[in-house]
Design a protein around this ligand. Structure first.
Ligand code: IPM
Ligand code: MN
Length: 358
């Protein structure tokens, strides 16, 4: 049966990088149908909303979504519910995309890109699994209220609510254990159980789920220590599983260890392996439309799409090998360019990957 892929390019460099990834998918000559729809600021301009119903419907009915990036400083003054970022939060929630996989891999050809010493990062290959539809990101109540009593009586107070239901923790823990079992067999659960009730509960449930995975070595770490260990000895990690807020922060940190956020893909999956695939980087409006953005993170996201939502591991391998090959050929976009390599534009990089697929 024809697989349906929704292409949501979004803002900034989103359109030019998704274009290259879509070309790669097209070149594989699979039985897929790709339909494009606006999202983020681009959708706000056209429909007055960052996630119009037509886009949401297309996404819901797709087997997988290839997402570019959303956001632009020019929307900073809009009310929060109309900002581009609401599109991605809305898609995650509406599609139940609770499992966010963010690999941080240092490609040997880019060893100099990291700001850390080579011996600390050489060969780095870790996977951060971030819970994506719970936590303080979506917890209710939230808002600004006037305090009726206490030391700040009469003042306004901003507040959010952090919470996790047992089943939300269980399902992400399973994703973590299963991923670790397929890799080096080590799972580190990150929380703040020394302070937060939510985190202590998280830890208790993860320990319970661990009984089903005797082959996986489970450890626990407080988030502040994890942030430190990630720059001190990142290779000590294999798979990290954590909540939405901590995962947001740690995954940006881990991405920077590789020095090339333009290389890192991500997948956000729901219980039926429907997925949204996007580069780990943002919309970079400052370089939009100049044909200088790195399309490889989006192309690698398309590879994850093939692997997880279309169940085509051979095709996924093929795309990943093609990316390896262009790096070996010395082709580099501006963000990863160094002396002795050949600087190419967004489209030329896409061309090279297409060539290397053969
Ligand atoms: C991310 C982003 C989003 C998040 C923003 C754009 C809402 O930072 O995907 O990590 O905080 O989850
Ligand atoms: Mn983030």
């Amino acid at each position: 049966m024809t697989k349906k892929i929704a292409i949501l390019p979004g803002d900034g460099i989103g359109p030019e990088i998704t274009e290259q990834a879509a070309r790669v998918l097209q070149a594989l000559k699979l039985d897929i149908d790709m339909t494009t729809a606006p999202v983020g600021g681009a959708a706000y301009e056209q429909h007055g909303h960052p996630l119009p119903d037509s886009t949401l419907e297309l996404a819901k009915n797709a087997d997988a979504i290839l997402f570019g990036a959303v956001g632009d400083w020019k929307y900073d003054s809009l009310p929060r519910e109309l900002r581009p970022e609401q599109a991605i939060l809305g898609l995650r929630k509406a599609l139940g995309l609770f499992a966010n996989l963010r690999p941080a891999i240092l490609y040997p050809q880019l060893a100099n890109a990291s700001s850390l010493k080579p011996e600390i990062v050489a060969g780095l290959d870790i996977l951060i699994i971030r819970e994506l539809t719970g936590d303080i990101y979506f917890g209710q109540p939230r808002g600004v209220r006037e305090l009726p009593d206490g030391p700040f009586k009469g003042e306004r107070q901003g507040f959010d609510t952090m919470h996790y239901a047992e089943s939300e923790i269980r399902r992400i823990a399973h994703v973590g254990f299963q991923a670790a079992a397929k890799r080096q067999g080590r799972l580190c659960s990150v929380d703040k159980a020394n302070v937060l009730e939510t985190s202590q509960f998280w830890r208790d449930i993860v320990i319970d789920v661990a009984r089903e995975y005797p082959e996986v070595e489970l450890s626990h770490m407080y988030v502040d220590n994890a942030a430190m260990q990630l720059v001190r000895a990142p290779k000590a990690f294999d798979v990290i599983v954590t909540g939405n807020l901590f995962g947001d922060i740690l995954s940006d940190e881990a991405a920077m260890l590789t020095g090339s956020i333009g290389m890192l893909p991500s997948a956000s999956l729901n219980a039926s392996n429907q997925g949204l695939y996007e580069p780990s980087h943002g919309s970079a409006p400052d370089i939009a439309g100049q044909n200088i953005a790195n399309p490889l993170a989006t192309i690698l996201s398309a590879a994850m799409l093939l692997r997880y939502s279309l169940n085509l591991p051979d095709e996924a391998d093929r795309v990943e090998r093609a990316v390896q090959k262009v790096l070996e050929q010395g082709l580099r976009t501006a963000d990863i360019h160094e002396e002795g390599t050949r600087k190419v534009g967004t489209r030329e990089m896409g061309d090279a990957v297409l060539q290397a697929l053969a």
